[in-house]
Design a protein around this ligand. Structure first.
Ligand code: AG3
Length: 275
């Protein structure tokens, strides 16, 4: 018998993965959570039928989520991840000499499932510098002023519990929660399937932060593969920041030269964000 998992990448596009084994399914308070073993990409985390990560390509997304903003900042001490309950982004942050890395995840079942099924990511939770809060990230950031050096929003797609994580109000609270040199980044989806989202986030972030920049990475299991990240920075220009002191990072995608080149955008993405 052939078993396949299909993600509806848009209303008219499907991507299917041959499944070796279904390891876990559950309905949490917030979403449907599934963990399967796929033939080509290995173990996969799925939330509400959407691929969140696979063992084969998770390094690309998590390295680019963490290293680009941390290196832009230069010497971050306190870093916050909003979402990212699998621990992948946190694991990458902890490769830097940060003092504290906090993670606020609304669904504690994602954290628990990751501890059981994704030890290579959830090792991050065992680091003494890591602290986890299980609550709504939107309410959480409101309580902080001038506190975090870097804030990373590792959210699901802009549907259901994540809608508020793409709103201007939330970006204002993030701005306040950041220190003077603070840097913020959010995953902002595919420029092919979520063009309006990218445009709207860019416009919201640039109405709040003095510097806004988009960068990309290629992630095979996300719709369209070409993925965007939008950065807001309070002081440092991400395109000319001092990168003479990048720590020695053990990475498989990120390199010091990608720190600069990832901000070089194809013309059609420049066109989307300049509208
Ligand atoms: N965050 C979700 C990225 C969005 C994936 N979208 C999709 N497949 N349609 C990933 C969480 C991993 N830490």
């Amino acid at each position: 018998m052939e078993l396949w998992f299909t993600e509806l990448q848009s209303k008219s596009i499907k991507m299917s993965y041959r499944v070796k084994d279904v390891l876990h399914t559950e309905k949490t308070k917030y979403q449907n959570l599934a963990i399967i073993e796929t033939e080509h990409f290995g173990r996969m985390l799925i939330l509400d039928d959407v691929v969140q990560l696979t063992m084969k390509d998770e390094f690309i997304y998590h390295e680019m989520m963490a290293h680009v903003p941390l290196v832009t900042h230069g010497n971050p001490e306190r870093v916050l991840v909003i979402g990212g309950g699998d621990g992948g982004t946190l694991r990458e942050i902890l490769k830097h000499p940060v003092k504290e890395a906090h993670l606020v995840e609304i669904d504690e079942r994602v954290i628990e499932a990751s501890k059981k099924f994704f030890p290579a990511l959830s090792v991050a939770f065992e680091d003494p510098r890591a602290k986890v809060f299980c609550e709504d990230g939107i309410a959480y950031v409101k309580r902080f002023k001038n506190y975090y050096d870097v804030i990373i929003v590792d959210s699901t797609d802009p549907v259901g519990p994540a809608v508020g994580l793409f709103a201007k109000e939330f970006y204002k609270d993030i701005y306040e929660a950041l220190t003077d040199k603070g840097v913020f980044v959010a995953q902002t989806e595919s420029p092919f399937y979520y063009e309006d989202l990218l445009k709207n986030v860019y416009s919201a972030v640039s109405s709040i932060f003095p510097h806004t920049a988009v960068y990309t990475a290629t992630i095979p299991t996300y719709p369209g593969s070409l993925w965007t990240f939008t950065m807001g920075s309070k002081q440092i220009d991400p395109l000319t920041s001092d990168i003479s002191n990048i720590p020695d990072l053990d990475t498989k995608y990120y390199t010091p030269s990608i720190q600069r080149s990832c901000f070089n955008l194809p013309a059609f993405i420049n066109e989307i964000i300049s509208k």
